[in-house]
Every structure is written in structure tokens, then in C-alpha cells.
Ligand binder design. Structure first.
Ligand code: SF4
Ligand code: SF4
Length: 383
């Protein structure tokens, strides 16, 4: 009885092997080697935005430290682009703009960038993450180091991966709840015009330059984890990525697979940095797809895997890459030309803010900001 069962199992295994071999030897129309290496050019685009970010960081560093040093050293003007690192303040500005129809002038570039990133995700999925985000670029580079060491991209089992992926959505839900529900309209205006918000960018710089022991260890753990598990921050923790990924679900462009010509070689799934099982899908409708086009490049069969519009019209990797570059560059230039980019805080005000940056006036506690009136009242009570 046992022997019969073993024999039956062996036949099934053999048949499966034959079928698999049949698949492997199936004739297919090989795709010509693309003249345009989209991954190489995507790397150049990432490098361009990364260099822009470093330049912004350096300018802002010299701007802040010039005033911290009592107007000594190298002075560089404050780059408005630094406001791209103030997503919460920008979200609060967005709510204010929706509610009042008025644009905040405290961090205009921050609001402009948030609107640009959201709009680009509607059109080109989470392309911000794969083309522009400096954290994404660093994360991918650390992941590449990890792949060299471990010879493969690690993948957590689904029972761990799914709950962990929901963490970034929980963080996003927390911020959306706080900004759009918990804060009253008056709180929003108080926050936007508070001394804390005016120097939120300075505070952020000092968070990294006066790094505490806890921050240091947290950053180190994230770096090590990113080497071991590629994209750990983006996949599990980044609420900004969660927002853009969710919006990207409504994008008309999608990676589509032609199952009739697909030879199940799995190459698309193997190269996907988001660990999507592309080879099993007709259309990739995952919030994790950031439109990197690596799967399209890897597919060896002609007309089998492409980025497509709803009507089936193909978007070549070259067109997609140019679109993803322009989708950020042109609106940024447009906002600059339209005059909604530089804020209305004068150099004298910045000098005063930065020289007194450790004053309680620039503190905040769980979203509660200090105002000049509140501080005067507190001082009055103490005396
Ligand atoms: S599915 Fe394709 S385009 Fe989307 S992340 Fe994976 S490799 Fe990139
Ligand atoms: S779609 Fe994926 S599995 Fe199918 S042929 Fe292309 S790379 Fe291979």
C-alpha cells in the first residue's frame, strides 16, 4: 500500500517536471536587447535629486550655523527646498488651504512639494520613491550592499510581512487623524503661525547635527536593517510612502502582463525591489509598486510585460523615465516662477529665531506649540 502511494507520488513529480521542462523549452519571441538601459538612467535621475538634496542640506547648514555662531563663518542663503523635509507642517498647511482657501506663507515650498508629490503619484504611481526620495536612494544603495553580501534579496514570510507593512499605514492614519480630526481650525492657524513652525526646519537640522544617543542608535539600527533587508524603512515604516502608495493605486498606469505569451521564467519577480510576484499577476495593482520598470527591463519576451495606460497603450521605459523626471522638475519651476516658493520670514527674524533657538518659545509638546502671549503669561506667573 505504502509502495503504491510512493510510486503514485513519483509519477506526479515526474509529470510535473516534464511539464516544467516543456515550459522551459517553449518557443517564444525574444525581446531585442533594449538600447535604453532604464535602470542605469533611473540611477542617474536618483543621483541628480540626491545631489540637489545634499546641496540644499549644505546651504541650510551654513545658513543656520552662520547665525548660531553670531554671524561668523560662511553665509549661504536659506534654500526653500529644505521645506520638503517638513511633511507634517505641509500637511497642516494643506488642511488650512482646503479650509480657508488661503495659502500659508510660512513654508510655501513645503506645501508646493507635498502637492507635487501627491499629484505625481496620481499620474505615475509612487514614482517619487523610486526617482526622487533621498531616503529611497540611500535605502536602495544599502540594499545593494546587502545583496552583494547575502547573494539574494531577503523576503519575510507573508504572515510577518503583511502585519509589518501595515505599520506605515498606522503611522499615516495617526498623522491624518491628528491633522484632519483632532486639531481644530483655530489650532491649525495657531500652529502655522507659531514660532515653532517658523523654525521647524532649523529644529530638524539640529536634530541631526546635535544627534542624541537614542537618535544615533535608532539611525544605526535602521542602516544595518536596510543592509540586511532591502528597503526596510520604505516597506514597513515610511508614512509618506504609505500615502503616496495609496494614492498610486488610483493611477491609470500599471504594469500589465500578457499571460498568453509569458513563459513563467520569474525574472520579473526576481528583480522587483518591492518583492511583488509580478509573474502571477495580470496587472500589478500593488501599493508597493513604485514604477521602477526593473521588471519590464528584465522580461525576455516581446510584448509580454509593459507599463500600460487603461486602453492598452504602452509606455516605454524611456518615456516613463522622462515623464517621472519632468513630473517633479516642471511643477517645482512653475511654483518658483509663480512666486509661491520663498517664505515671508525676513533675515532679521531668522537671526532672532536662530540665536534664541533653545528658548521655550520654540518648543512644542505633543503638537501643542508655544506662543509669545503664552510665554509672557508663564513668565508673568513665575515672577
Ligand atoms: S512591479 Fe515592476 S515597476 Fe513595480 S516595483 Fe516591481 S519591478 Fe518596479
Ligand atoms: S512576465 Fe515575468 S515570468 Fe513572464 S516572461 Fe516576463 S519576466 Fe518571465
Amino acid at each position: 500500500m505504502k509502495d503504491a502511494k510512493t510510486l503514485e507520488r513519483a509519477v506526479i513529480v515526474a509529470e510535473t517536471k516534464i511539464q516544467a521542462a516543456g515550459k522551459k523549452t517553449r518557443r517564444y519571441k525574444k525581446k531585442p536587447k533594449p538600447a535604453f538601459d532604464s535602470q542605469k538612467y533611473r540611477g542617474w535621475v536618483q543621483l541628480f535629486w540626491f545631489a540637489v538634496t545634499i546641496w540644499i542640506g549644505l546651504q541650510f547648514y551654513f545658513f543656520v550655523y552662520y547665525y548660531l555662531a553670531g554671524e561668523k563663518g560662511i553665509y549661504l542663503p536659506r534654500p526653500p527646498g529644505v521645506e520638503g523635509f517638513l511633511p507634517i507642517s505641509s500637511l497642516i498647511s494643506l488642511r488650512s488651504a482646503i479650509e480657508t482657501g488661503q495659502l500659508s506663507w510660512v513654508h510655501p515650498a513645503g506645501l508646493a512639494l507635498l502637492v507635487i508629490f501627491i499629484s505625481a503619484s496620481f499620474i505615475l504611481r509612487k514614482s517619487f520613491c523610486s526617482f526622487m526620495c533621498p531616503v529611497g536612494t540611500v535605502s536602495e544603495s544599502l540594499g545593494a550592499v546587502g545583496r552583494k553580501i547575502f547573494k539574494k534579496r531577503l523576503k519575510l514570510p507573508a504572515f510577518l510581512d503583511y502585519p509589518l507593512r501595515s505599520l506605515k499605514y498606522l503611522l499615516l492614519a495617526f498623522f491624518l487623524y491628528a491633522v484632519f480630526y483632532q486639531m481644530s481650525s483655530a489650532d491649525i492657524q495657531t500652529f502655522l503661525n507659531s514660532p515653532y513652525n517658523q523654525v521647524a526646519d532649523v529644529k530638524m537640522l539640529l536634530f541631526f547635527t546635535r544627534v542624541s544617543e537614542v537618535t544615533f542608535w535608532v539611525l544605526l539600527v535602521l542602516v544595518v536593517l536596510s543592509v540586511i533587508y532591502e528597503g526596510v524603512w520604505c516597506r514597513y515604516l515610511c508614512p509618506y510612502g504609505a500615502l503616496l502608495g495609496f494614492i498610486g493605486l488610483f493611477s491609470p498606469v500599471k504594469i500589465r502582463r500578457n499571460s498568453k505569451t509569458c513563459i513563467d521564467c520569474l525574472k520579473c519577480s526576481k528583480v522587483c525591489p518591492s518583492r511583488i510576484n509580478v509573474h502571477k499577476m495580470k496587472a500589478v495593482n500593488s501599493d508597493e509598486c513604485f514604477g521602477c520598470m526593473a521588471c519590464v527591463d528584465a522580461c525576455p519576451v516581446q510584448d509580454t510585460l509593459d507599463m500600460k495606460l487603461p486602453g492598452g497603450r504602452k509606455i516605454s521605459p524611456r518615456t516613463y523615465l522622462i515623464a517621472a523626471f519632468m513630473a517633479f522638475l516642471i511643477p517645482i519651476l512653475a511654483f518658483k516662477v509663480a512666486g509661491y516658493w520663498d517664505n515671508n520670514i525676513t533675515s532679521e527674524e531668522y537671526k532672532e529665531h536662530i540665536e534664541n533657538i533653545d528658548s521655550p518659545l520654540y518648543h512644542h509638546n505633543r503638537g501643542q506649540v508655544m506662543t509669545r502671549e503664552k510665554l509672557e503669561q508663564l513668565n508673568h506667573e513665575q515672577h
